[in-house]
Design a protein around this ligand. Structure first.
Ligand code: NAD
Ligand code: ZN
Length: 373
């Protein structure tokens, strides 16, 4: 069944539609569109697409250094001011096309068809691009919302369990951040496995409608939208500290567990907050189990010195404060400032240790810093 809703952005409104068979329809209805597609997915393109560019969905290709090649590729396809791009792929293709479309001939329209669950349930709305620079991830970016988002649920069929679980972590993060009512509805939708396309469509649309609230009230990340960083500061540090040996979505799931443990240590949660936290924890652990018994145990041990160094370097911190999103009181999320000192650093290390122990991922402890305050 097809379902739609609209998102209002600073540059106008765009429609988000989900269903089956959207790829064939959009190609048939818009033969002039220039397709930019993840190379791995080119085989799914219907015949008759005359102008297309395929790009490997790797981080190196969403770098500022690589943009000239993509822009010249568009030029060679004859893209001009009147052209409309159709981006088909996950977050890497989305970031590349958002950025290129925003600057190509001072900006051209584009439509996005997300193909990963993370793209479908989270990144496809909001209009942000994030581009790497000389190995620094997501260092530059801008806003250039699409003209439309088309979610063809057929793409979930080729995703592996890790990708599905990672997408569900972003989805539950959004619904948890939106408030308890939304979180409880999410758990009902997602209960009983929810891995077949119709169930996933329900979860995707719930997460996107919840995210719509955040991006309409705070399009440019000033206040409410910052809560969607739940799990991200701790998760990014784990991603980067393991040289991206773990996917973003999985890292966010683990990051939410660390944030919860930290809140527990600080006794920030009331009894009801503890209960909601436990619900989220059980959901996350249940999904991690789907990745298989050796998913973590077969990995090299995490070096917590590296993870904490990445945590310390996060661009969202202030000079004297770590900035983290964590649950408080009844479990509602808050953006908190924690003193940036050695004691807090070691407390955070202890929470990583505790979570890694729970999920069965070996680690090397972080050493106290010499001469630390
Ligand atoms: N701009 C934003 O708002 C935003 C938000 C979140 C993440 N991101 C960025 O998105 C990137 C991660 O995106 P992602 O996880 O969606 O995926 P991705 O684009 O990195 O793709 C991950 C892998 O899945 C493959 N793939 C894509 N669709 C598939 C399908 N249907 N079946 C099988 N394989 C498929 C890709 O080829 C790739 O190997 C990161 O670079 C992150 O920084 C951007
Ligand atoms: Zn994320």
């Amino acid at each position: 069944m097809r379902e739609s809703f609209e998102v209002t952005s600073s540059t106008g409104r765009y429609c988000v539609t989900s269903g089956i068979g959207l790829l064939a329809d959009v190609i048939a209805e818009n033969p002039g569109m220039v397709v930019v597609i993840d190379a791995r997915l080119e085989k799914y393109l219907p015949a008759g697409v005359s102008r297309k560019m395929s790009i490997d969905a790797i981080e190196a290709n969403k770098s500022l250094e690589h943009m000239p090649e993509t822009i010249i590729g568009l030029r060679q396809q004859g893209v001009d001011r009147t052209s409309h791009l159709l981006a088909i792929g996950g977050g890497v293709i989305q970031d590349i096309v958002t950025f290129c479309a925003s600057i190509y001939m001072r900006g051209i329209p584009w439509t996005y068809m997300p193909t990963t669950l993370l793209g479908m349930a989270d990144s496809c709305i909001g209009g942000k691009s994030s581009v790497n620079v000389q190995g620094f991830k997501n260092l530059v970016g801008n806003f250039h919302p699409p003209s439309a988002v088309l979610i063809d649920m057929e793409f979930v069929g080729s995703l592996d369990p890790e990708q599905v679980v990672g997408g569900l972590f972003e989805a539950v993060k959004i619904c948890y951040a939106r408030g308890n009512e939304e979180f409880q509805e999410f758990l009902l939708d997602a209960s009983g496995g929810a891995l077949a396309a119709p169930d996933l469509q329900r979860v995707v649309m719930r997460a996107l409608r919840a995210k719509k609230w955040f991006i309409e009230i705070d399009e440019f990340d000033q206040k409410e939208r910052l809560l969607l960083n739940f799990g991200h500061t701790f998760g990014h540090a784990l991603e980067a500290g393991t040289s991206f040996g773990i996917s973003h979505g999985i890292a966010v799931g683990i990051g939410m567990l660390v944030a919860q443990k930290y809140a527990g240590r600080k006794k920030w949660l009331s009894a009801i907050g503890e209960e909601r936290s436990a619900q989220l924890r059980m959901y996350i652990h249940g999904l991690l189990a789907r990745c298989g018994p050796e998913f973590f145990s077969s990995r090299s041990p995490v070096d917590l010195n590296l993870v904490l160094a990445k945590f310390d370097n996060d661009k969202k911190h202030r000079r004297d404060f770590y900035r983290v999103v964590a649950p408080r009181g009844d479990g509602a999320l808050e953006l908190l400032s924690e003193p940036r000192n050695e004691a807090v650093r070691l407390e955070i290390a202890a929470e990583y240790e505790s979570v890694l122990g729970d999920i069965g991922w070996r680690y090397h402890r972080a050493a106290p810093r010499k001469n630390a305050a």
